[in-house]
Design a protein around this ligand. Sequence first.
Ligand SMILES: [Zn+2]
Length: 338
Amino acid sequence: MRKFCGKVFFAMPSAFVPHRIGFLMVFSCQFWYWLGWSVYNFIYLPEFQRLLRDNWPSAEWLVNLEMFVFNFFWLLAIFSFIRTHCSSPGGGTDSWRSFVRKQKLEIYEPRFAWQPAQATWCSKCRDVRPERTHHCSSTNECVLRFDHYCPWTANSIGHHNHKFFLLVAIYTFLANIVAFATMLPMAVAIVAGWINNDPFSNSWQKALLVVVVCLQVPQTMTFSDMCRDHVAKAYRNITSVEVNYKNMSNPYDRGSNRANLEEILGKFGLDWFFPIMPRHPVSDGISFARRCEPCEPSTASMKPDALLYYRYCELGPMEESLELSVVSSEGESEMTDD
Ligand SMILES: [Zn+2]
């Protein structure tokens, strides 16, 4: 597995144009992140402080509060972005391949359908792959629990970086909302100043502030849509590919939003909210708990090889014939990059 950190500088995949120009996409995202940060901290906050000092000196603490809240969300957003870009989404491992060989596991033809506990063959990588793994045509690699290719972060989103991707969407949305809500009154005052020829409004810094506030409208709407879409899928433990499957109801649905989220974020803890690997992951991306999995024996204490054997050999693939009558109506959305 080649290293992903900085891969957009070197990778030359054959199939998909956006990944080739990944550097430009990542650079343009970074430009907007840093432009917003500079305008907020070096134009808006000093001006806001001056206004408060002149008119409501007792309310000057508001400047520190806004500075803290915005920078907190912004820092988490930028670190989540970097981790999404730099982290490998995960691929097949040697231990998985040797497990397949040792157990002489049946290898199935890949279908555009649920195939729980079935090892499938990727004709492009010429490799055997675990359940929920798909080939990403943009990076030309098989990705564990593949969700989609994100051109803005120039990386596939899979089992090992899905958490970071969710955090990018959530924290960028929150930073945008805070910046927009706090800068809007000043932007309106500046525009009113232009109309009334008020010298207060005449500087390039204030014009830049107005431009940034205007651009935050489409940005906030985009990230709001992203959050709604991807968090809704995470609540159901379903990927952007799997929402299109109709041969059975979601076999990986754990029955509650929290249990489904834990498949991506690990056991609940403070680490959920920070762009770090889950401290207590509940899956390795090679095998996944299914709703039909009995409580006993407990899978929590099983070693990785024993867990693979239990899920792929003992429990085995699910009988579709039992499921066909319960075909889910879920998932009308399309397989698209964000
Ligand atoms: Zn592949």
